[in-house]
Design a protein around this ligand. Structure first.
Ligand SMILES: Nc1nc2c(c(=O)[nH]1)N[C@H]1C(S)=C(S)[C@@H](COP(=O)(O)O)O[C@H]1N2
Ligand SMILES: [Mo]
Length: 199
């Protein structure tokens, strides 16, 4: 695991790095299946399920909302962490000002161009630091990292940060997303090493 690219965390970085993780300076690309190529202008977030009214939020509407830039550490279940990654976008809580949830909504399934899905409890999704990101380190989010638009959920392993996002399906009970059906943990807290379903 430790090599030219993966370093054992030391000093202050050690306390920022969850158990079983090594640090990388690179930002590896991890995608299952082909990478969808989407014109930013055509990006929409469709919102349905346990909501009062279904709606769509367009790329232009998203750009007109208040923007936030934040620097977070990202942790991948495949044992690498990358510290201080800066994304810009719109916070999930800002987008959710447009959405009226039904009282029985407890989970969300995030959907993507290409068919990837991931499930989150609303207690993990409706958090200040979660964002719809369109910019990485000041430049348009590279397509391989999920451009034009991905969700960043920094407190969980980043399979919970879907690339090429295009939908939020609110649910009244949990259902498993793509990797969760294939053996990954339902929640994925890196500090608890929730890697696989039986961890
Ligand atoms: N749409 C989509 N989102 C995805 C994936 C994917 O295959 N498709 N892979 C997930 C996994 S398993 C990881 S580790 C991270 C990787 O993000 P990165 O390629 O920007 O490093 O994206 C997550 N989001
Ligand atoms: Mo992953």
């Amino acid at each position: 695991m430790f090599s030219k690219f993966f370093k054992k965390p030391e000093g202050e970085n050690a306390t920022r790095t969850p158990p079983g993780q090594s640090l990388t300076e690179r930002f590896p690309i991890m995608t299952y299946g082909p990478t969808p190529k989407i014109d930013p202008e055509s990006v929409k977030i469709r919102i349905w399920g346990a909501v009062k009214d279904e709606l769509e939020i367009t790329w232009d509407e998203l750009q007109a909302m208040p923007q936030v830039t934040q620097t977070k550490d990202l942790h991948c279940v495949t044992h690498w962490s990358k510290l201080d990654v800066t994304h810009t976008g719109v916070s999930v809580l800002e987008v959710m000002k447009r959405v009226t949830l039904l009282p029985e909504a407890t989970f969300v399934m995030l959907h993507c161009y290409g068919g990837y899905t991931t499930n989150l409890a609303l207690t993990d999704f409706l958090r200040e630091e979660n964002i719809f990101a369109h910019t990485l380190e000041g430049a348009p989010l590279p397509i391989d990292h999920g451009g034009p638009l991905r969700v960043i959920v920094p407190h969980l392993y980043i399979w919970k940060s879907p690339k090429w996002v295009n939908g939020m399906e609110f649910m009244t009970a949990d259902r498993l997303g793509f990797w969760e059906r294939n053996g990954y943990h339902g929640r994925g807290d890196p500090w608890k090493e929730q890697r696989y379903a039986d961890d």
